[in-house]
Design a protein around this ligand. Structure first.
Ligand code: CMC
Length: 392
């Protein structure tokens, strides 16, 4: 007997109300608090978008300066947190490190455990936004065996991230390329929120039990890791590597179309966008700017562009509304900047942290219930226990 709506994959279930992000997948529209993503990517910066997502309005000049100041106050991590990195193999996947270290923050900030107080929730949100770049860069430096870099608060959020990733104590004032910093800032903006995707829903579900915000964000990072979600940008580069050159594209397109072959074109298709992904369009322009700046004639970009052309002209992809998504181009930008593939999903996690924490805050700021889906049971009917000696 079916008392429940059966909706595997939540294709048609709205699990909450939200005022944060609006998506019209058929028209390719993405709005944060009403503002189109294209305008935010063009005219705003990541910390301003963070303020907007968290608070609902764009900040005044004074509010913005205050917000940036608070974030800068929290960019360092507890010295003891460094010991956590030493527990990992140097060749550990940095997402494995992120799941552990971000979850471990709850061991450092005891006020985060009492989520009933709004000021505790607020300071946890600020700590997360401020510390994610530091922790992400520490994971990278640890993998290289290089000294971890302290944040520099005279830099912007994106510049500081590049400083901690690529800086060295021998050259503490090495200038940061502004075109690359702007590109990283755009990548952060374009990944900042995307309503109830798998990782955000995970954060809400974990949060609905009253778990602390660092534990909830660690759960979000875990959900993001998969190749069908945040792992896609890494998978795009691995796929381009596997395809190798333009003459092999047709063979891989055929594999992607074969219903008996699990291979899919990574960076193509989206659960919600069925005409185009507005983020992918901005990303493509940013990608061009970065490659022009660096003067890189990247054969992988040429391969990506040809792949896109061939796929878009193919009826299989047209009929199923499969278009390049945000991850298709972000991978190429990150590669050009010199960021290794294994860090791509970490950067997605860093940028999405504000979305996760905004949804968590929104949920906790109004009456809510613990998330508890039901199921359609398809197992055995009632039966009697069989003692071991009578089982065959
Ligand atoms: N390549 C080839 N065929 C595909 C692809 C693809 N990338 N995506 C979907 N299809 C086919 C699929 O085989 C199915 O065909 P048929 O109807 O003949 O069985 C049809 O299109 C519908 O696919 P679906 O799996 O039912 O669609 P979904 O909404 O459940 O999946 C998706 C969405 C993003 C998981 C999927 O398109 C996919 O696996 N894409 C590749 C991975 C990727 O790029 N993910 C990043 C998503 S955007 C960033 C993020 O949210 O993190």
């Amino acid at each position: 007997t079916n008392h429940f709506t059966f909706d595997p994959g939540f294709m048609s279930t709205a699990a909450c109300e939200s005022k944060i992000t609006y998506i019209d997948g058929d028209k390719g529209i993405l709005l944060h608090r009403g503002y189109p993503i294209e305008q935010l990517a063009q005219h705003s910066d990541y910390l301003e978008v963070c303020y907007l997502l968290l608070n609902g309005e764009l900040p005044s000049a004074r509010e913005k300066a205050q917000f940036v100041d608070i974030i800068k106050n929290h960019t360092m991590v507890h010295e003891q947190l460094k010991s956590f990195f030493n527990g990992f193999r140097r060749d550990a996947h940095p997402m494995a490190v992120m799941c552990g270290v971000v979850g471990a923050l709850s061991a450092f900030y005891h006020d985060s455990l009492d989520i009933t107080k709004p000021r505790h929730r607020e300071v946890s949100a600020m700590r997360l936004i401020a510390k994610m770049p530091t922790i992400a860069a520490m994971a990278y430096k640890y993998s290289l065996g290089e000294p971890m870099m302290y944040p520099r608060n005279n830099l912007s959020y994106a510049e500081n991230f590049l400083h901690m990733m690529f800086g060295s104590p021998c050259e503490p004032d090495k200038p940061i390329n502004p075109v690359l910093a702007r590109a990283i800032d755009r990548i952060f903006i374009l990944h900042a929120d995307h309503e109830q995707n798998a990782s955000t829903s995970t954060v809400r579900l974990a949060g609905s039990s009253g778990a602390n915000p660092f534990a909830c964000i660690a759960a979000g990072i875990a959900a993001l890791w998969g190749p069908a979600h945040g792992g896609a940008n890494e998978a795009v580069l691995n796929m381009l590597e596997e395809i190798g050159s333009v003459e092999h594209i047709e063979r891989f397109i055929a594999k992607a179309k074969d219903p008996n072959d699990p291979f899919r074109l990574m960076g193509f298709g989206h659960r919600v966008y069925k005409s185009f992904d507005p983020r992918a369009q901005v990303m493509k322009r940013t990608c061009d700017a970065v490659l022009t700046e660096l003067g890189i004639d990247d054969p992988q970009l040429e391969l990506a562009v040809r792949l896109e052309e061939i796929a878009l002209a193919d009826p299989y992809f047209k009929e199923r509304n499969l278009y390049p998504n945000v991850d298709f181009y972000s991978g190429i930008i990150l590669k050009a900047i010199g960021i290794p593939t294994s860090m791509f999903t970490v950067i997605f996690a860093l940028a999405r942290t504000v979305g996760w924490i905004s949804h968590w805050q929104e949920m906790l700021s109004a009456p809510y219930k613990i998330g508890r889906p039901r199921q359609l049971y398809t197992g055995s009917a009632l039966r009697d226990f069989v003692p071991l000696e009578r089982r065959n």
